[in-house]
Ligand binder design. Structure first.
Ligand SMILES: Cc1cc2nc3c(=O)[nH]c(=O)nc-3n(C[C@H](O)[C@H](O)[C@H](O)COP(=O)(O)OP(=O)(O)OC[C@H]3O[C@@H](n4cnc5c(N)ncnc54)[C@H](O)[C@@H]3O)c2cc1C
Length: 578
């Protein structure tokens, strides 16, 4: 059960993060702890650590240099890992730049209200152009804007990704270190999994805290049993043997500890922010990269309302996410030459693949049931998921619907039936899509949102798979194990043919899994090589969801951590602590 945000651990976590971010002083920090009635003696080691981090970052910011060895742009699921691994070498000076603010907000720390960040100042608030495939709607493509990026506002799922995903990446990159055997070794090294432990698939004692939902809602357990009525077998771990089976249902793995979200920086960055060789700037928005010929030399950014340029003696690493990384590359002259020239941007390298091949997982919002009573929030309020095949002949699941312990639907679909006061939803999500979109510049103004061509529903197979997803969700939601939780089905009801198609088109939103816009590979549209170097230039790499040659069959935060870890292995091969 989620603890209210005033319990001991939450107070300390919030105060620590505020201190780290420079939002409060040490005296204010101590007062906050005292006001909450916490015994200072008992939490002295945590206070010492937080004070050291605060003092170090305060000093580093006061003495900001104009050159660092490495500049990492973006502190999200990949960037936080890259910065950590680089800074483990005391001889490397690392600057980590984050456009968003601190991650100490209650709506970030409380994992049960993650969805309230959508459309807020913690979201870049980018949207697709209106498209006929979703009946003329424009779809909001949420991306985290805060320390931690997506890992600060997401639903906390930890999903390793299928072996077939990474083996595909390895083939595209022509490098077996992107393949499952190597990637599994990384998971075994970094995970600290608290659930039923099988060393063949999981790690324990590593940096990354992962647990099963604590005291899960019985509704979530009923969804797993409901899936079994449709031939989808139940498992006790979302990432164990189930990951190697064609279909499966389980409670999820979450990045939550003591009721508090663990974003990726909580495990990777915070422990080393008291070191002299790493500086984290928040509210530091990079506008473009600087070049000398074909060599990236640094970044131009706005920090504290001042434009400035900071140089990299060794490399710039873009970890700005799958929408902003291609945007920054194009603003800096790397992209399809003719379209950059049309905007008056000097071309550094003609790389037509930049911004192309945008992939994402579409979800239909949503299939909704009325409950008999209020559902108090627990954990991430999305405690069960299942992998299902939309057609029997498929080798592995292409669908990944999930439970949301709230009723939700798009405005258009909610017009079919008003949402109930108490209710829950199943969101049919499609992981194996055949549609792609793109991210291109509207103008050379770095502050302008990019043009996003929708990556959903262009291929007829995607529509058919989502329709089947709705049917499977309805069968599960209306099955016997769900009867105690389902007073009635609200949406969609027994729609067929064109009406069901309209429900899918009107309901399709994003799972918020944007990827693939600077993909790794060896063909003409690839942007980075197997070591994540941007083709045609020097001193510049990309490490984030952009590089995925194909989006993984599952939620992508854990694979983004793997991308960060792989770059860590490449740039800092000597020291790899747990
Ligand atoms: C609402 C939501 C729910 C999700 N749920 C899940 C889930 O439960 N499980 C899961 O596995 N995945 C989930 N995801 C997806 C997952 O969080 C992302 O795939 C992942 O975080 C992407 O990692 P990344 O490193 O590519 O980019 P991000 O994590 O997005 O990090 C990019 C960072 O770069 C910063 N940045 C961007 N541009 C600039 C700039 N110009 N200057 C400086 N900084 C910049 C951003 O502010 C951000 O902090 C969810 C995402 C969202 C938004």
């Amino acid at each position: 059960m989620i603890q209210p945000l005033n319990d001991t651990r939450n107070v300390i976590a919030r105060a620590e993060k505020a201190l780290t971010a420079g939002a409060i002083t040490i005296n204010q920090f101590v007062s906050l702890i005292e006001q909450a009635g916490i015994d200072l003696n008992k939490v002295a080691p945590e206070i010492d650590k937080a004070s050291a981090v605060y003092a170090r970052q305060f000093y580093n910011k006061r003495h900001l240099k104009d050159r660092y060895d490495y500049i990492v742009v973006g502190s999200g699921s990949s960037g936080a890992v890259v910065a950590r691994r680089l800074a483990e070498d005391p001889d490397k000076q690392v600057l980590l730049l984050e456009a968003g603010g601190a991650d100490d907000l209650p709506q970030i720390l409380d994992p049960s209200v993650w969805y309230t960040n959508v459309g807020s100042t913690q979201d870049w608030n980018y949207a697709t152009d209106p498209s006929p495939v979703v009946n003329g709607r424009s779809v909001l493509l949420t991306m985290g804007k805060a320390v931690g990026g997506g890992s600060s506002i997401n639903a906390s799922y930890w999903v390793q990704g299928k072996p077939s995903d990474f083996n595909f990446w390895a083939k595209q990159a022509n490098d077996s270190r992107w393949g499952w055997d190597h990637v599994l070794g990384i998971y075994q090294r970094i995970e600290d999994y608290q659930g039923p432990f099988d060393p063949a698939f999981r790690g324990k004692g590593g940096l990354v805290w992962i647990e099963q939902p604590q005291n899960p809602n019985p509704l979530a357990e009923a969804i797993v049993r409901g899936a079994a009525t449709q031939g989808i077998p139940s498992f006790n771990d979302n990432n164990g043997i189930m990951n190697h089976r064609p279909q499966g249902a389980s409670l999820v793995n979450v990045r939550i500890k003591d009721g508090v979200r663990r974003n990726i920086p909580a495990d990777y960055l915070y422990p080393i922010l008291d070191q002299p060789n790493i500086t984290l700037l928040t509210g530091a928005e990079v506008l473009r990269l600087t070049f000398s010929g074909k060599r990236a030399t640094g970044v131009t950014l706005i920090w504290r309302n001042q434009p400035q340029t900071i140089y990299s003696d060794r490399e710039v690493i873009l970890s700005s996410g799958a929408l902003n990384t291609p945007k920054l590359l194009q603003l800096s002259g790397i992209g399809e030459a003719a379209s950059l020239q049309a905007l008056g941007i000097d071309v550094v390298e003609n790389l037509p693949g930049v911004g192309q091949h945008l992939q994402d997982h579409p979800v239909v919002a949503g299939c909704v049931w009325e409950h008999y009573e209020n559902i108090p929030p627990r954990n991430n309020i999305c405690e069960a998921t299942f992998f299902a095949k939309s057609a029997p002949e498929l080798e592995e699941a292409d669908l990944q619907p999930f439970l949301a312990e709230i009723p939700y639907a798009t405005e258009e679909n909610a017009r079919l039936a008003p949402l109930p006061q108490y209710g829950w939803s199943l969101g049919p999500g499609l992981n194996r899509t055949k549609s792609t979109g793109s991210v291109t510049l509207r103008s050379s103004d770095p502050r302008a949102a990019p043009r996003i061509d929708i990556p959903f529903l262009k291929h007829p197979d995607d529509l058919n798979a989502l329709i089947r997803g709705v049917e499977i969700c309805r069968a599960i939601g209306n099955s016997l194990p769900l009867k105690p939780f389902a007073k009635r089905e609200v949406l969609p009801g027994p729609l067929k043919g064109k009406e069901l198609e309209a429900f899918v088109r009107n309901g399709t939103i994003t799972y918020r899994h944007e990827a693939g816009t600077a993909r790794m590979g060896r063909d003409a549209l690839s942007v980075v090589d197997a070591e994540l170097n941007v083709y045609g230039v020097e001193g510049l790499r990309v490490a984030d969801a952009s590089i995925m040659p194909r989006i993984t069959n599952g939620n992508p935060m854990a694979p983004c951590v793997i991308i960060g870890e792989r770059l860590g292995e490449i740039l800092n091969p000597v020291k790899q602590t747990k």
